[in-house]
Design a protein around this ligand. Structure first.
Ligand code: TYD
Length: 208
């Protein structure tokens, strides 16, 4: 049995990650592949603490957040029930909603970027994805989509914040391009669902 591919989706809030993950899942399954969809923060205990902090229920420092995301991510990779390694070894393609690129962009813009980067990229138990798809959208369009689709907004969803995070994401990818292990696809999220889905499946045909 051949090992599956590990594909990460990133994007600022409102960029349509969830919809497009489901579309890619359908596409890969239609090609006869087995697919496992997952996300970060995970369903672990640390993931629960992170979600409370993200929604404002509890307050955490940027360093606490960065460290907890690393802990959650290690567990996400190695746990024997639903871990990424286990699923890849069983031949599943793993599609993950957010990964360490989010830590570099969000926590990296709030605290020491190099520290956040090293914790994630140098950790032997945090796998490098086979592909990272960044769904790129302007903050204006993103906020419009968010306000249509949701009743509440999270702490990261102000225009200034979205602009800063998008720029940080783009800087992160620019810098990571130097690393031959990183395979980053910046894909325009403008247009209807099917149009964006086609852009993604065409890019992924190259690796699966
Ligand atoms: P969530 O509502 O679960 O998903 P999404 O916004 O992708 O639909 O929110 C996840 C939040 O977690 C999002 O605001 C970004 C944040 N986050 C980080 O700050 N650092 C990280 O490493 C990860 C994985 C997520």
């Amino acid at each position: 049995m051949s090992k599956g591919k590990f594909i990460v989706f990133e994007g600022i809030d409102g960029s349509g990650k969830t919809t497009q993950i489901n579309k890619l899942c359908e596409y890969l399954e239609s090609k006869g592949r087995k697919v496992y969809v997952t996300s970060e923060p995970t369903i672990s205990m640390t993931g629960g603490i992170l979600r409370d902090a993200l929604s404002g229920v509890s307050k955490r420092t940027s360093c606490e957040m960065a460290a907890m995301f690393v802990l959650d991510r290690i567990f996400h990779n190695v746990n024997h029930k639903w871990g990424i390694e286990k699923m890849l070894n069983e031949g599943y393609d793993v599609l993950c909603d957010r990964y360490y690129y989010s830590s570099l962009a969000y926590q990296g813009s709030e605290t020491d970027y190099e520290w956040v980067k090293r914790m994630n990229l140098d950790c032997p138990e945090i796998r490098t994805p086979d592909a990272c798809i960044f769904l790129d959208l302007t903050p204006e369009e993103s906020l419009e989509r968010i306000s249509k689709g949701r009743a509440t907004t999270e702490i990261y969803e102000t225009k200034e914040k979205l602009t800063a995070v998008r720029n940080t994401f783009l800087n992160v990818f620019e810098e990571l391009k130097e690393n031959p292990n990183e395979h980053i696809y910046i894909i325009s999220a403008f247009g209807d669902v099917e149009t964006v889905a086609k852009r993604i499946s065409a890019a992924m045909d190259e690796i699966v």
